[in-house]
Ligand binder design. Structure first.
Ligand code: HEM
Length: 207
């Protein structure tokens, strides 16, 4: 039977602008962040330049996050980020089984994309943890490092600044890992490039 391609408009223009800016800034922050962390005279981006670019990109990331936060607060897109508590683990396990077994047996996805739910349960949890956990955390700790006088002097005998630094690096590392996994999972669509096209033209392609 020939499948008919269905087009759903799921990515409004503000989400696409936010996402493109966010992805580029995150890449820049990862490259400069690593250059600061593993600084030596041969590093691709020199230490002083890396610090300046990292700080400026961080400020833009904060402003851009404001767009995401307000957009989700005041438009229907925010509803996709509300996780229904009932049956939460069952739904997660169903999706997990699909990704580990079902997909290789060419089974149908247990949570097909539609206007009511554009994310599957695993995707939804990842995006919520990423966008309401890791990203605000990396932003707040980053501002703490930019204005060290704002951080607490010491907690349990550990310097507040060292702790903020450690938490910032851990969150940044977490976002980097999630980003790789995210891009890999985005290749699982109608075709390997379908989801990337969606983030450009706004339309999700499904059978
Ligand atoms: C080169 C880097 C990236 C690429 C190629 C990419 C690609 C994509 C694609 C194709 C989608 C649409 C498919 C889907 O709904 O899953 C998407 C959605 C999304 N991405 Fe990314 N992404 C990148 C980086 C990031 C980063 C760094 C973050 C967050 C820190 C992020 C957060 C999100 C979120 C929250 C959505 C869902 C947006 C919505 O519809 O409400 N992405 N991404």
């Amino acid at each position: 039977m020939k499948h008919q391609t269905e087009q759903l408009y799921l990515y409004p223009v503000w989400i696409r602008i936010w996402h493109m800016t966010n992805a580029l800034l995150c890449l820049l922050l990862i490259i400069t962040g690593l250059s600061i962390q593993f600084s030596n005279p041969q590093t691709v981006v020199k230490f002083n330049a890396a610090v300046s670019i990292h700080n400026i990109a961080g400020i833009f990331l904060t402003i851009n996050y404001g767009l995401f936060f307000l957009g989700n607060l005041f438009t229907p897109n925010g509803a996709y980020y509300v996780i229904p508590v009932k049956g939460f683990f069952d739904r997660l396990m169903k999706q997990f089984k699909y990704y580990t077994i079902g997909i290789f047996k060419k089974e149908d996805a247990p949570f097909p994309v539609n206007e009511e739910s554009k994310f599957n349960p695993l995707q939804q949890v990842t995006y919520v943890v990423l966008m309401y956990g890791f990203v605000p955390f990396v932003i707040i700790s980053g501002w703490g490092l930019l204005y060290p006088e704002m951080t607490v002097y010491s907690i349990f005998n550990i310097s507040g600044l060292d702790l903020t630094d450690l938490l910032h690096i851990t969150a940044g590392f977490g976002i980097s890992i999630i980003m790789f996994v995210h891009v890999y999972f985005c290749t699982i669509g109608k075709t390997p490039t379908s989801n990337f096209k969606s983030m450009i033209n706004g339309y999700h392609e499904s059978h």
